[in-house]
Design a protein around this ligand. Structure first.
Ligand SMILES: Nc1nc2c(ncn2[C@@H]2O[C@H](COP(=O)(O)OP(=O)(O)OP(=O)(O)O)[C@@H](O)[C@H]2O)c(=O)[nH]1
Ligand SMILES: [Mg+2]
Length: 309
């Protein structure tokens, strides 16, 4: 691979894990850093399940951002997977960014995130996030509590495009110096994510479910691709199954006169068309698979299983 990077002996490349509490804005921040939508976002906690990777490549460095699920205490099934996935991201990263949301009601929980980064022994920085929220004193209090650590701290918001540009600049002022030297980039420089279109498609459908379905139902939703037919240059035919963990959730997801599932399909299709670059025919069927989130073989099929090292 003949790249600019190979000519530069100060070149840096490494995995940069984004860690924080659920809903702290990690995925929103990663998308802003990468400049593309890699990771899905919602106003509900535990949106991110499998780690998502987004790439930022310049002449000087390649940051391989890894967006982790929010850190929660381990329970069973899917929760245990989310917990372990977040810990694995910490273990597998070269650098960590602690994303601390100022609207967290128990500031102690924010300090626990920083403690995990510190314990890892890896270089890390702190982003005090969501500073657009009207909680005037919180960012300064947090900053005072963190200052003695002697690590870079920046603060800002990802709520508007303008805020995102400003925060990205602050982060990229310090982050590259924390990334290790590397003889070459870790991924092709013109990629923005190593995820496949099929993987991104499944996540987009799940995002629309999180956005449009309320209460506890989205937490028990998973999307399984059944057929991804790219045989025609004009139209991609995609068939997916939306799994729900309880029988009575099927009718909730389908909605009255199938209105909800149609809206999920329509919103997802528009985004998927941009991803695949053709018109899309999208067929979604909803099936109940009782407690799939505790079934090891379904979890494995859905990719909710830690890779073996
Ligand atoms: N006010 C405000 N909201 C934000 C900001 N950044 C993200 N959000 C919102 O916060 C919610 C959670 O954002 P995500 O990016 O999904 O958060 P996350 O940390 O990835 O969440 P999990 O994947 O569930 O752990 C969404 O509704 C975002 O629009 C911010 O800077 N300010
Ligand atoms: Mg997320």
């Amino acid at each position: 691979m003949e790249t600019e990077a190979l000519k530069n002996e100060n070149y840096r490349a490494g995995f940069v894990g984004l860690i924080g509490l659920p809903n702290s804005g990690k995925s929103t921040l990663m998308n802003a850093l990468v400049g593309e939508k890699v990771s899905i976002v919602s106003d509900k906690p535990q949106t991110t399940r499998r780690r998502q990777v987004g790439l930022l490549s310049t002449k000087e460095y390649q940051a391989v951002f890894v967006d982790a699920p929010g850190l929660i205490s381990a329970k069973k099934g899917l929760h245990e997977f989310l917990h372990q996935e977040a810990l694995d991201v910490i273990r597998d990263s070269d650098v960590l960014i602690c994303v601390l949301n100022i609207d967290e009601k128990e500031p102690k929980r924010l300090m626990e995130i920083v403690e995990l980064a510190k314990e890892s022994g890896k270089p890390y920085m702190v982003v005090i996030h969501k500073t657009d929220l009207p909680l005037l004193h919180r960012p300064q209090i947090l900053r005072n509590d963190l200052e003695s650590l002697g690590v870079p701290i920046v603060s800002g918001s990802s709520s508007t495009k303008g805020d995102q540009v400003e925060l990205k600049e602050k982060i990229l002022d310090v982050l590259p110096s924390l990334i290790p030297n590397s003889p070459a980039p870790l991924f092709l420089e013109d990629l923005y994510t190593p995820s496949t279109v099929k993987e991104l498609t499944v996540e987009v459908i799940r995002e629309k479910c999180f956005e449009l379905i309320h209460q506890e139902v989205p937490f028990g939703i998973a999307v399984r691709p059944l057929l991804f037919d790219e045989g025609s240059p004009k139209i991609t035919r995609i068939f997916c199954e939306i799994l729900v963990s309880k029988e009575n959730h099927v009718s909730i997801v389908v909605g009255r006169k199938a209105a909800l599932i149609k809206e999920i399909g329509m919103k997802a299709r528009k985004e998927i068309e941009k991803l695949v670059g053709t018109k899309v025919f999208l067929d979604l069927k909803v099936s109940a698979y009782k407690n799939w989130d505790r079934s090891s073989h379904v979890m494995k099929e859905l990719g909710y299983v830690q890779p073996q090292h």
